[in-house]
Design a protein around this ligand. Structure first.
Ligand code: TYM
Length: 327
């Protein structure tokens, strides 16, 4: 079986974009692959975060992974900092990463903004750690949303360069898996921006744990326009964003959806969309609360996951150290 690796930062507010762009696809293809899914807490400390919150968020995210349908029979779930090989490999890889390559990373530029002198270097080296997450496990496929495309290209470039520097196949060259539908869910407030965990305005995203009332409110006030035509149209990003969410949730074609709402207004469409989201999230939330009420079991799954995958990470790291001349 081919190996899949992916991860999410435990920074709170896991949202519908994370679900439709990533988790749901992991669930859908888990039986086909050997899967490793990570809670990337080392990435979460690249921006200030409260220690207690980080610790709790990591467990919450693990519970959400399982609640969304990841099955421990097919998947290893683990917390990144529990496998120390990630940090060690990342240091070595930093020493083989041209600054020019990192200077081009758009996510760094966005997150650093005007604070280039004060952001921590961890944020700058973030993509190198991400590359090592993937490369340590000889990963074939990395299912992610569209915003990770550039990081995946960097991962491939780093792997190829390292391999050719030492003329050895230390790393498998991974391929991104980015779907055509749901890979870029937009903000409900400003549909020209992606839906983001770090958005200061909670109305911009649907949290997977939002209750039905909150979802109704957020969809109700989601940005549309005055045209009142329920059609996919790049010139009208508001309604198109909502239609994309509906398309991604139902798996229906654009034509079918437009036909369903022909002659109907935004209010009708928003009501149906709200129901669709609520019904998708209802079983996930129920299962989530069950899992969170038994933390020892959850910790056990995470410990087992880390124990099972550590040997593979350790062997790749050893290979890296051998070719470099360390140890
Ligand atoms: P993160 O935590 O920002 O996002 C997790 C996953 O959700 C996807 N995603 C979206 N998909 C569709 N629409 C959106 N609006 C949207 N927002 C986020 C992301 O593309 C991602 O798949 N750097 C990564 C975490 C990471 C990682 C890795 C991923 C660390 N190491 C190794 C894969 C492999 C990140 O910050 O994702």
């Amino acid at each position: 079986k081919k190996r899949v690796f992916s991860g999410i930062q435990p920074t709170g507010n896991v949202h519908l974009g994370n679900y439709l762009g990533a988790i749901r696809n992991w669930v859908g293809s888990q039986a086909e692959y050997e899967n490793i899914f990570c809670i990337v807490d080392l990435h979460a400390i690249t921006l200030p975060i409260d220690p207690k919150e980080l610790h709790t968020n990591s467990r919450r995210l693990a519970a959400l992974y399982l609640a969304c349908g990841l099955d421990a029979r097919y998947c290893k779930l683990f917390i990144q900092s529990h496998v120390r090989e990630h940090a060690e490999a990342s240091w070595i890889m930093n020493c083989f990463t041209p600054m020019g390559w990192l200077n081009r990373m758009t996510q760094f530029k966005t997150k650093a903004g005007n604070n280039m002198d004060t952001v921590d270097t961890g944020l700058y080296c973030y993509p190198v750690l991400m590359a090592c997450d993937i490369l340590l496990y000889q990963t074939h496929y990395v299912p992610v949303g569209d915003d990770q495309r550039q990081h995946l290209e960097l991962t491939r470039d780093l792997a190829q360069r390292f391999n050719s520097t030492y003329n050895q196949a230390v790393f498998t060259i991974p391929e991104p898996q980015i779907r055509t539908v749901g890979a870029r869910i937009m903000s409900l407030e400003d549909p020209t921006k992606k839906m983001s965990k770090s958005d200061p305005n909670p109305n911009a995203y649907i949290n997977l744990l939002d209750d039905p009332k909150t979802i109704k409110k957020k969809i109700g006030r989601a940005t549309t326009d005055s045209e009142r035509l329920v059609k996919f149209d790049p010139a009208r990003p508001g309604i198109t964003c909502l239609l994309e969410i509906y398309r991604s949730l139902t798996g229906q074609s654009q034509e079918t959806i437009e036909a369903e709402f022909a002659g109907k207004g935004y209010g009708d469409f928003k009501a149906v969309l709200t129901d669709q989201i609520v019904e998708t999230l209802r079983p996930i939330q129920a299962r989530y609360h069950e899992l969170m009420s038994d933390l020892p079991t959850l910790e056990g799954i995470l410990k087992q996951g880390a124990d099972d995958i550590r040997p593979l990470a350790a062997s790749t790291l050893q290979h890296m150290k051998d070719v470099v001349g360390l140890g």
